[in-house]
Design a protein around this ligand. Structure first.
Ligand code: F6R
Length: 366
């Protein structure tokens, strides 16, 4: 049932405040009870863990690129991430104290499932699945599991599964910090409070839909687009580029903004729209310098920033402001406008938004 929406993707984008609230409910109500959240073995395993390896594919992989940074900055635990289909075919050095974390919306993605099996063959026993489908293969094969409560995701392009995965990853970072004695009561209260505000911040971002629709109309006539971000927002640039190519078939690439000078700047001219994820964080001035490099070469900038940053629109620089900066959780809010941009660009192009060509919802073959 689509209700007032035209496509499942649009409905699922708008369901994100609710999906996040549902996913976070258990943690907020239990004051971060590790056993309730992750399973009976969690306190013991989390205490012993010395590092984390994330395994996933596609959009779920992009969530891990954010999660890895949260783990290191919040829990102080070294974390790496790898695509499942790369990990399973290479020689790697197993470490029995490493926690293997798989992320999968469907729980049936073969590349991720086979990577988990490979990790277990190598002797890994600390396995954790973050998944949106309870009775699926990947959580069943894992020692610990966390179910996101996004509800069924029908649109092929993943949206609400991604943001709820991010919520789960934030919970993982604070849970590991707690288990290892690195989270005092005040810090825990602060993180839980930030999570409590998150659905509201996402709703504010959704309210920008009419303005984003205006931008999308300009994209639909383009053949290429660049997405830039830094730090926690580089994965959001990747996700924005993936959404755009998947459903509108516009060729899009994402780079960490600092990489621009090392090659991609050669692509920039007046036909190249450049989307910049530029929240008001400690990298803002660095991103601003990168924007200047694009502007000087005639590239058209589409900038998503926060209410309190100093950017202003001018010739060739379009600026949309999200209402408030949400600190470490900012990627969850800043992904909303790039989802909407892709959706509306696809609408203008008239593609089959919910069932883009050549793609399947769950990739159960290699
Ligand atoms: C992109 C998308 C895919 C999936 C990927 C993994 O919009 O949906 O990239 O994220 O195929 O799927 P899951 O999360 O089910 O393992």
């Amino acid at each position: 049932d689509l209700g007032p929406y035209r496509h499942f993707m649009q409905k699922e984008i708008h369901e994100q405040p609710r999906a996040l609230a549902d996913t976070l409910e258990g943690a907020l109500n239990s004051q971060l009870n590790l056993t309730d959240l992750w399973g009976t073995q969690a306190p013991e395993i989390f205490k012993d863990v010395d590092s984390v390896l994330f395994l996933a594919s596609g959009t779920s992989h992009y969530a891990t690129l954010v999660g890895r940074q949260w783990l290191e900055s919040i829990a102080g635990i070294p974390a790496q991430t790898e695509l499942g289909h790369e990990y399973r075919y290479r020689d790697s050095i197993p470490n029995p104290r490493q926690l293997i974390v798989t992320l999968s919306q469907s729980g049936e993605t073969l590349d991720t499932f086979e990577a988990l099996k490979r990790a277990k063959e190598l002797g890994h026993e600390y396995t954790l699945s973050i998944c949106n489908v309870a009775e699926s293969a990947i959580p069943r094969a894992s020692a610990l599991r966390f179910l996101t409560r996004a509800g069924p995701e029908i649109g092929v392009a993943s949206t609400k599964a991604f943001t709820t995965q991010l919520a789960a990853l934030y919970l993982l970072a604070i849970s590991l910090a707690k288990a290892q004695g690195r989270l005092d009561a005040d810090a825990q209260a602060g993180h839980l409070d930030a999570l409590r505000q998150l659905p509201g911040s996402v709703q504010h971002a959704l309210n920008l839909e009419p303005q984003i629709q205006g931008w999308a109309a300009r994209f639909a006539g383009k053949e290429h687009a660049l997405f830039l971000g830094r730090g926690l927002h580089y994965p959001i640039a990747l996700e924005g580029a993936l959404k755009l190519k998947e459903i509108s078939y516009i060729h899009a690439e994402a780079y960490p903004a600092g990489e621009l000078k090392h090659g991609p700047l050669a692509l920039v001219d007046s036909n190249m729209p450049v989307v910049v994820i530029a929240p008001n964080d400690r990298l803002l001035e660095k991103v601003a310098a990168n924007m200047q490099e694009v502007h000087a070469r005639g590239g058209e900038l589409y900038v998503f920033t926060d209410a309190d940053s100093h950017f202003s629109a001018s010739e060739g620089i379009h600026v949309l402001r999200l209402p408030r900066h949400t600190g470490l959780l900012s990627p969850v809010v800043h992904v909303i406008p790039v989802q909407l941009l892709a959706y509306h660009a696809a609408l203008v192009k008239g593609t089959d938004v919910d069932r883009p060509r050549n793609l399947a919802k769950a990739v159960t073959v290699e």
